[in-house]
Design a protein around this ligand. Structure first.
Ligand code: KG4
Ligand code: ZN
Length: 337
């Protein structure tokens, strides 16, 4: 079954063709980073307009790269939420028109469920159940994944998402947007232990996160070292990254132990972080827990993960009957998908 996936929840216009929820035939991601860069963050109105300009080309390119035509597509899956409403609506409306015209099944997919499914698109996929640590720009949470269509949220961030903390810290340091990759590159050259920023473990038995304190600590460091902080950027970046990674790794391991699971998947934009990938593997190794992390291109937003998730929903439930009256949503209430 060939599914066309479409993703426009934030600042990437993406389309992909995935076979049977596992084999990527094409994956095209058109980034708007350059458009939003001067503003230091995503401007929702600009994002919607850019999606409208790009969507037809991106879908055509995905079909071309897959070497297929419209008539070869068996179903369409699209991100329904969470995300920016105007941005989501572009992919959502396009996908419904596409499915309606071709008279093929359509399914709306939760973006977070999509991120979790990115792990099935990579070499060896974990068996169920497993723990998923989802760390992205908009969300950070820990999930017990029970089947391709069922996950239970064990905890999530009470304030900033991990990626948001990277982005805000990069902004404080004058490094531009988005900040994750720049901070991790700088951090690679710094000493992670010379400066120490606070780790918010909250209740150590629980799986909630808080990242706003680390960002505030960086801000305070800059204020108290106005003459020297520019020469210390690499150490500040390394210390910040280490604090975030410490919390993510400990909570994920603890969740696996608490549930008695022997598999952890790292997904979402922040899982592209080299230090996080290495530290998670190292820590899990000593506890005989297997770690599954998608390739870097599949960590960030893409449409292959949406097509993969869509495949499993369609297989289990079929297309939603009321699909033409559904709407997009900006926030996930709960991820019991
Ligand atoms: O999953 P994603 O592409 O979009 C959302 O669903 O939010 O995640 C984007 C986030 C951004 O905050 C970005 O700064 C962060 O992922 N990110 C990273 C790295 N690459 C991207 N954070 C840390 N280290 C990285 N190498
Ligand atoms: Zn995402």
């Amino acid at each position: 079954m060939k599914i066309l996936g479409i993703e426009t929840s934030c600042d990437e216009t993406a389309a992909a063709v995935v076979e049977d929820g596992a084999v990527i035939l094409s994956s095209v991601v058109s980034s708007q980073v350059d458009v939003h860069h001067p503003y230091g963050g995503v401007v929702p109105e600009l994002a919607s307009r850019k999606h409208i300009e790009a969507i037809v080309f991106v879908v055509r390119q995905a079909l071309r790269q897959a070497g297929i035509e419209q008539k070869d597509i068996d179903a369409v899956a699209v991100t329904q939420g969470p995300g920016l409403i105007g941005a989501l609506l572009v992919g959502f409306c396009f996908s419904r028109a596409f499915a309606y015209t071709l008279n093929i099944p359509w399914v709306g997919v939760d973006h977070l469920a999509g991120h979790i499914h990115s792990v099935f698109l990579y070499g060896s996929a974990p068996e169920f159940p497993f723990i998923a640590l989802l760390a992205s720009g908009g969300h950070t949470g820990i999930y017990a994944v029970l089947s391709p269509t069922r996950a239970e949220c064990l905890g999530q961030t009470l304030d900033d998402a991990a990626g948001e903390a990277f982005d805000k810290t990069a902004k404080l340091l004058g490094l531009g947007y988005p900040g994750g990759r720049v901070i991790s590159e700088l951090a690679g050259k710094g000493d992670p232990h010379r400066i120490v920023f606070p780790r918010a473990f909250l209740d150590r038995q629980a799986f909630d996160f808080s990242f706003s304190g680390i960002k505030t600590a960086v801000s305070r460091y800059i204020q108290t070292h106005p003459d020297t902080y520019r020469d210390e950027m690499e150490d500040i970046a390394a210390a910040f990254q280490e604090a975030v990674v410490d919390v993510l790794v400990e909570k994920a391991l603890h969740a696996a132990e608490a549930k008695g699971y022997s598999r952890i998947a790292l997904v979402g934009g922040v899982s592209a972080n080299r230090r996080l990938r290495d530290r998670m593997r190292e820590a899990a190794d000593s506890k005989e827990i297997s770690v599954f992390i998608p390739s870097v291109e599949l960590c960030g937003d893409n449409a292959a993960m949406i097509a993969a998730a869509g495949y499993h929903y369609l297989k289990k439930n079929g297309p939603p009957k009321d699909w033409l009256s559904l709407d997009v949503y900006s926030k996930t209430a709960s991820l019991a998908f």
